[in-house]
Design a protein around this ligand. Structure first.
Ligand code: 48F
Length: 257
């Protein structure tokens, strides 16, 4: 009995890992933008994996604002909430509140049900850079990175990589720092996030969702951070719409296996 349980877990996990050594799309960060992107890609039969360094995906959604676990979404994103069976309540013209635990768990459930594989407790520490193109990610266990243990990573190849690491824009920062390259931003660099301005931040999240270097796309707060736009706090319409937009961009750009 004891060995059966351990065998099942080890066999199943390593099979999954081996099957996902090469993917169509590697999504770095399991916050709302990354989860929505992964859902639409998987729904369109792309082989997609999400890498999340925390135990639970969901990013900044669970805690609402200051741990008041409610979030706000605008009318423009309701069609996506409807598709994912997420319940909301209008409290002001065009503004809706959602229980953040319900929203985060629904995003995770819908993504995995559509076929997304989520590798939690994993940290992306670099990208694979071949022929001036981002071709994959460099992956380690999150505790290894956190504890700064000198343990080498493994590599996952991908036709497209998505930076959905939120305020950190971790993948874009690493790509820029390590390689002498120009990104598709106003300065050619990661410009960095500005202070809070809800309206401007929400609108620019969608505009800033793009391919910033061959093979590397940005979505959510990472998109705004890279392009030097504003943060906006616990309003999530922009994140959700940005996740859908990056999925559409990738679907138009790359073929699935
Ligand atoms: O921060 P996060 O929720 O990003 P998002 O999808 O949404 C932003 C909102 O939550 C909120 C907001 C709304 O207006 O401003 O902040 O843009 O999720 C980012 C996820 O990426 C993970 C991190 O743990 C979080 O769950 N992450 C960050 N760096 C890495 C990573 C990394 N190097 N490897 C793996 N996961």
């Amino acid at each position: 009995m004891e060995q059966i349980v351990s065998n099942g877990i080890i066999d199943s996990y390593f099979n999954k890992l081996k099957q996902y050594l090469s993917v169509d799309v590697a999504i770095v960060g399991g916050g709302p933008s990354g989860l929505v992107a992964s859902y639409y890609l998987a729904k369109n039969n792309y082989k997609v994996a999400v890498y999340e360094r925390k135990l639970a995906p969901g990013g900044g959604m669970w805690g609402g604002a200051m741990m008041f676990n409610e979030i706000v979404v605008q009318r423009a994103a309701l069609h996506i909430l409807d598709e994912l069976s997420i319940k909301y309540r209008e409290f002001e013209n065009d503004f809706y509140v959602i229980d953040s635990v319900h929203a985060a768990s629904a995003l995770i459930y819908n993504a995995t049900k559509a076929g997304v594989k989520i590798f939690n407790c994993t940290s992306v520490e670099d990208v694979v850079f071949l022929d001036n193109k981002v071709c994959g990610i460099v992956l380690n266990w999150a505790p290894v990175v956190r504890e700064r243990l000198e343990v080498d990573p493994l590599v996952i190849m991908a036709k497209a990589v998505v930076d959905s690491t939120g305020h950190d824009c971790a993948v874009a920062h690493t790509l820029e720092r390590k390689n002498n390259i120009t990104l598709n931003t106003e300065t050619g660099k990661v410009i960095g996030e500005r202070s809070l301005s809800i309206n401007e931040g929400e609108n620019s999240t969608i505009d800033n969702t793009k391919e910033i270097y061959p093979g590397l796309f940005v979505t959510g707060m990472a998109a705004n951070g890279v392009s030097g736009s504003f943060r906006m706090g616990p309003i999530f319409g922009g994140m959700i719409l940005s996740g859908k937009k990056v999925a559409d961009l990738i679907i138009n750009k790359i073929n699935k296996d």
